[in-house]
Write a protein that binds this ligand. Structure first.
Ligand SMILES: Nc1ncnc2c1ncn2[C@@H]1O[C@H](COP(=O)(O)OP(=O)(O)OP(=O)(O)O)[C@@H](O)[C@H]1O
Ligand SMILES: [Mg+2]
Length: 250
């Protein structure tokens, strides 16, 4: 961080400070200025859809929130449950409960399903037991001894989510969980995410399949050219064909 943060975390009008609040993020890949002043709040237990066209800056925003080295966060504040993530490295943010499930799912080759889950539990603080993860995803339990890289795309997505739950989780970031999956598998992952929603896990979901994300989400923000151009309810986006046409091309 080059800039020293001076402002206080964002608060909702008349409400408590948000569980997760992001204030005026600016992030760069080298000289490329990508995330251009992003601010938003999420209440505990809320599901937020982060939408926008290809190249809008969605993945870059998630990576900045997760405190990855790239893009570099040069200004802004990120508060999770009153902890300043903007002062932290990725591993520290993960330790505080921010879990990013990246688009490529990062399944570890040469390891079984069970070993992938065990690896997530190699250090404290732990989340769900592996047994409980198998109860949520029976398919993973059936394939516990199978090499994880041989799982279907949908099963790999379940494993990636399961691995996040194996950690002590406060905020789940999902980058395109439906990417590359057949419609019938998308429906299956949708059911899984509905179950995750029932557990009350605060979640940000980035999806090209905006309708599917909006069905799951309580709120939506839309990004365009690195900036937020809409922040409102998911229903408001579903109801506004003009807005969807302008920024989502659906
Ligand atoms: N490693 C990188 N180095 C330089 N520029 C990058 C890098 N990764 C992404 N970008 C640029 O940043 C911008 C935002 O990309 P980003 O991947 O965040 O978009 P996105 O909204 O996730 O798009 P998509 O829907 O295609 O996944 C794009 O112009 C992209 O070319
Ligand atoms: Mg992306």
């Amino acid at each position: 961080m080059n800039a020293v943060p001076t402002t206080k975390p964002v608060t909702r009008q008349g409400g408590d400070p948000a569980f997760f609040s992001v204030y005026d993020l600016h992030a760069y890949y080298g000289e490329s200025y990508i995330v251009q002043g992003v601010s938003f709040n999420i209440r505990e237990g809320e599901i937020l859809a982060l939408l926008g066209r290809n190249g809008a800056g969605k993945t870059s925003t998630l990576r900045a929130l997760a405190r990855m080295d790239d893009p570099e966060l040069k200004h802004g504040e990120i508060w999770l449950d009153h902890k300043p993530l903007h002062t932290m490295k990725a591993w520290q943010a993960a330790r505080l409960g921010l879990q990013l499930v990246p688009e490529d799912r990062r399944i570890i080759p040469g390891m079984t399903v069970q070993q992938n889950l065990e690896l997530a539990q190699i250090s404290e603080p732990l989340g769900w037991s592996i047994q409980r993860i198998y109860e949520l995803f029976p398919r993973l339990g059936e394939r516990a001894e199978q090499e994880a890289i041989t799982l279907s795309g949908g099963e790999q997505q379940m494993l990636a989510i399961g691995r996040a739950l194996a950690r002590d989780i406060k905020l789940l970031l999902l980058d395109e969980p439906y990417e590359g999956l057949a419609p019938v598998i998308v429906q299956e992952i949708e059911k899984t995410l509905q179950n995750v929603k029932k557990l009350g896990i605060t979640t940000i979901i980035v999806e090209q399949n905006a309708i599917a994300a909006l069905k799951l989400a309580d709120r939506a923000i839309i990004m365009d050219s690195g900036q937020i151009v809409f922040d409102g309810t998911a229903q408001a986006v579903l109801d506004d064909a003009e807005l969807r046409d302008q920024y989502l091309a659906i």
